[in-house]
Design a binder for this molecule. Structure first.
Ligand code: GDD
Ligand code: MN
Length: 390
């Protein structure tokens, strides 16, 4: 799904928005079984926002048809809070997709998210709004910035939380190193930074998706302390850790707007290399077995197919950001010839290093691994600098 550049539902007048062009905030609260919290939450947030942004905000509750009927409880508050919008999703579950659903229906030029259990202190909204007004594209509340903290988390949860941050830093450094708390579920973002970008998150971490696929130049952070849950219980389970890892990998290997970091590109190149080894071996086997060709002929054809295979994957995936501007068959052919030539030299380097190490008595496997590492580095760097030129 994606969020449009302009608000698309017009059941709410935009007069106040137009009168003050600076900020109109659409704050989304995803809820699942928060009936015991929702009254307190709406009262607290609306009282604050009536002061910070009078007539320039809306509060959008997106409830996934909670068994405790949170949506119904929220609807009974609407007469008292004209800024309150309630969306009841019946077909889907999931925090991150619920947030996108709310933003798709939002009126504002600034979009936000806050939890529905009051663990994210609403007073922090003022600082987040100020940061956006000062020019940030995204302002995130952070447990690890300024005077922030995790409150009274037990050792296990602290350990898991830190582990998650480390994992995210390792898999997606170019996104997560920009924030002290990339797992935060409490932030504001300018609509224009994510408008018309396809968003496809899994699980809880909507902030990773926004950072990864949005056009976020300036980031601001505000410290906060994660409060005790007042009522109800957390929905986090082991399934969410697994979804989190799948989400990280999906962003890592996505093409398009996610910046392809140096590490990510090299990883792709190596994966493509492995696919070539597979094509090479499996191709020879098929040709010998089913086409009745000789071993040498089969091998020659298999190597050629492997080179074409590797080239195609590298062109449409590893270096997609560089090749997307030159999709004509002529420029592809030029890149293919340069790729084959560079890899041919790479094969000579592989043989050369192996012969040299073998000559000095290095064990066969070690010499082979070093030679392959050397030629892979050569292939990668030459193609990076002189073929796809990134
Ligand atoms: N609509 C919808 N659908 N809402 C959901 C769902 C769902 O499937 N699952 C959870 N929510 C709502 C909860 O009702 C709550 O309002 C909010 O999302 C957060 O869920 P919790 O289960 O309370 O999460 P948490 O307290 O462990 O962690 C939260 O805070 C962390 C620190 O900022 C989450 O926001 C994390 O993403 C965040 O890292
Ligand atoms: Mn919570």
């Amino acid at each position: 799904p994606q969020v449009g550049a302009e608000p698309n539902s017009s059941d709410r007048p935009l007069a106040s928005h137009a009168a003050d062009p600076s900020i109109f905030l659409s704050l989304v609260v995803p809820t699942y079984n928060e009936a015991a919290n929702v009254g307190n939450l709406v009262r607290t947030i609306c009282t604050l926002l009536d002061r910070y942004l009078p007539d320039r905000y809306e509060l959008i509750i997106v409830d996934d048809n909670s068994p405790d009927r949170t949506w119904e409880k929220a609807q009974t508050l609407q007469p008292d809070y004209p800024q309150l919008v309630v969306i009841r999703r019946q077909q889907e579950r999931g925090l991150a997709t619920a947030v996108i659903r709310g933003w798709q229906q939002a009126q504002g030029n600034v979009l936000g998210v806050i939890d529905g259990d009051l663990q994210h202190p609403p007073e922090v909204l003022q600082k987040l709004i100020t940061a956006i007004a000062a020019g940030a594209d995204l302002a995130a509340a952070s447990r690890y910035a300024g005077d922030g903290g995790v409150g009274s988390w037990n050792g296990v949860r602290q350990f898991l939380s830190r582990g998650a941050v480390r994992l995210a830093l390792w898999i997606l450094p170019e996104i997560t190193s920009r924030l002290s708390d990339p797992m935060s579920g409490y932030f504001l973002v300018r609509r224009e930074a994510i408008a018309n970008q396809p968003l496809d998150p899994i699980g809880y971490k909507i902030l990773l998706e926004v950072m990864g696929r949005g056009r976020i130049d300036r980031v601001a952070e505000v410290g906060y302390t994660f409060a005790e849950r007042q009522e109800g219980e957390s929905k986090v389970s082991w399934q969410h850790y697994q979804e989190f890892i799948r989400h990280l990998l999906r962003l890592r290997f996505a093409t398009g707007n996610v910046p392809v970091g140096r590490m990510g590109r090299f990883l792709r190149f190596c994966l493509v290399g492995f696919s070539g080894v597979f094509v090479n071996i499996f191709g020879s086997f098929l040709l010998i077995r089913y086409a009745g060709l000789g071993k040498i002929t089969s091998k020659t054809i298999a190597v050629a197919v492997a080179i074409v295979n590797n080239f195609i994957w590298n062109d449409v995936w590893t270096f997609s950001d560089a090749s997307k501007f030159y999709t004509g068959w002529r420029s592809r052919l030029v890149r293919f010839l340069r790729f084959s030539f560079a890899c041919g030299l790479g094969a000579l380097i592989d043989i050369g290093i192996f012969a040299l190490l073998d000559h000095f008595g290095m064990p066969w496997l070690a010499a082979n691994l070093i030679a392959i590492a050397g030629s892979t580095a050569w292939n990668y760097l030459i193609n990076l600098k002189f073929n796809w030129k990134t």
